[in-house]
Design a protein around this ligand. Structure first.
Ligand code: SF4
Length: 472
């Protein structure tokens, strides 16, 4: 049985989308875009649409396909839409925490979809004594902080509030008549700008733009604040860089993004392929077959196999229709051997010396089950190759990693991890190798979960606060 440990994973937290397109069915376009960003969050989805007078929204827990249908989408009429896929954290998976967050105050309406974490949201929340919050989300704190900022117009308020936010935020927002997109000055999380039938769209990843037939124009720059209205698109200003400058999340390339997205000019699949090639050079081995943990390790495994001239093949078939919210089977059903997520193909595995490639190891519990299963199915040897360095530190910038005490690499050496998992060997790609594979400038990447070098001071006791009060 291979039933992944739901806590043994690194999860991105949220995908965002925005469109300004008079005459188009913006709600349905947002639906398809969110569908292609489903990998960034599977626990809640929402779309808000403005027709210039009224802003209507639908938000709920569940996958995009379960939240929306023809009937409810047809009620979202207008020319501006923003959307959100949410991955919640511990204690935060409630309907109230789904997005877009909508503020409706003194005839002003503002809807916000956020990907990231505001690490100083606790301090900012203490200053919000004039508002009644309805959720525990840092996005609501951000939205109210913008509302309270000096300025008559939303664009002035955004520019004035933005320097107060510490952490990661790629945001699409809208008022009744305008669409906004802005990104933190470190540029932790991705955001891309595109065009569809002459109108503007923004999304977390380029795969969403391609899905809806839009062309990619460029990335929203770190710190850039954009307004889109009937006169077109304007960069309103730049949020001043704070401290270390640009710090794009290296883990987007390793695991979080879809392989068909392009980020900072690099196709994610190509980065993963190169990481496999470089790992093969760092830790070569002869074997009968190179296989991947599908789908996260596939691009890297193909690169690994090609570098060593070993055949790449599948040994595990993944059920792609299981999200994190599926019903956990009780122990006696598990014992029947229900192969819920990965089903091994015994006739391929039997008698083989296998190299199994994956993107990362978090707690190690799922990998242990996978190795056990491959051995039970007759694998002669199972050698693990991981296309990133050991994850030793938690993320505070929009990715849900376990507490440090639960990260296996925080307390165990590589050989101790290997012993725990029960593989015949275990090797990780070096940070230098991964950086080289990403083709990015080393000083423009966040590598904190591997290196412990956080781009800004983070109090580690924020962790509990973040987990319980973040929405994205
Ligand atoms: S800590 Fe890791 S996951 Fe978080 S932003 Fe930095 S590289 Fe990405």
């Amino acid at each position: 049985m291979i039933l992944p440990d739901p806590k043994d994973a690194v999860r991105d937290k949220c995908g965002v989308f925005g469109i300004y397109a008079p005459g188009e069915d913006v709600a349905k376009i947002a639906y398809f875009a969110l569908h292609s960003l489903q990998h960034r969050g599977q626990e809640g989805a929402g779309i808000a649409v403005s027709d210039g007078m009224k802003l209507r929204s639908i938000r709920n827990l569940g996958l995009v396909t379960s939240v929306f249908n023809e009937n409810n989408l047809s009620k979202l009429k207008g020319f501006i839409a923003i959307g959100h896929n949410r991955y919640s954290t511990t204690g935060g998976n409630t309907q109230a925490n789904t997005q877009p967050v909508i503020l409706s105050l003194k005839h002003k309406i503002f809807a916000v979809s956020h990907n990231g974490n505001i690490v100083n949201s606790g301090e900012l929340a203490e200053k919000l004594d004039n508002v009644k919050r309805v959720s525990t989300s840092d996005t609501e704190v951000l939205a109210y902080t913008i509302y309270n900022a000096p300025g008559d117009k939303w664009n002035e308020k955004i520019i004035n509030a933005a320097p107060l936010f510490k952490g990661a935020y790629s945001i699409v927002a809208c008022s009744k008549k305008r669409l906004y997109a802005f990104r933190d000055p470190w540029g932790f999380r991705p955001m891309v700008l595109g065009k569809l039938n002459g109108y503007h769209v923004v999304a977390s990843e380029s795969c969403a733009l391609e899905t809806i037939g839009a062309t990619v124009v460029r990335e929203v720059e770190p710190g850039e604040v954009i307004e889109i209205n009937r006169n077109g698109i304007t960069t309103l200003g730049n949020i001043s860089p704070q401290g270390s400058g640009k710090k794009f999340c290296l883990f987007e390339f390793v695991y979080l993004a879809r392989p068909d997205s392009v980020m900072n000019g690099e196709l994610v699949h190509a980065v993963r392929f190169r990481s496999g090639q470089l790992l093969a050079r760092e830790a070569p081995l002869k074997a009968d077959l190179v296989a991947a943990i599908p789908d996260s390790g596939t691009s890297a495994a193909i690169g690994f196999a090609s570098e060593l001239g070993i055949t790449f093949g599948e040994v595990l078939i993944k059920n792609r229709y299981i999200g994190r919210t599926f019903i956990q089977p009780e122990q006696h059903i598990r014992e029947l051997g229900v192969k819920i997520k990965f089903n091994p193909m015994k006739s391929i595995i039997e008698g083989k010396k296998l190299i199994l490639v994956d993107d990362s190891i978090v707690r190690g519990t799922t990998m242990k089950k996978i190795v056990e299963t491959l051995k039970k199915n007759g694998a002669k040897e199972v050698h693990l190759r991981i296309c990133s360095p050991p994850v030793r530190w938690p993320c505070y910038f929009g990715v849900d990693t376990p507490y440090r005490k639960d990260l296996i690499a925080a307390s165990k050496t590589v050989s101790q991890i290997n012993k725990f998992i029960g593989a015949d060997s275990l090797k990780y790609l070096s940070l230098g190798g991964l950086t080289k594979a990403s083709a990015q400038r080393k000083d423009e990447l966040c590598t904190a979960c591997f290196s412990g070098m956080y781009p800004m001071p983070v109090k580690h006791n924020f962790r509990k606060n973040i987990l319980e009060n973040t929405s994205c």
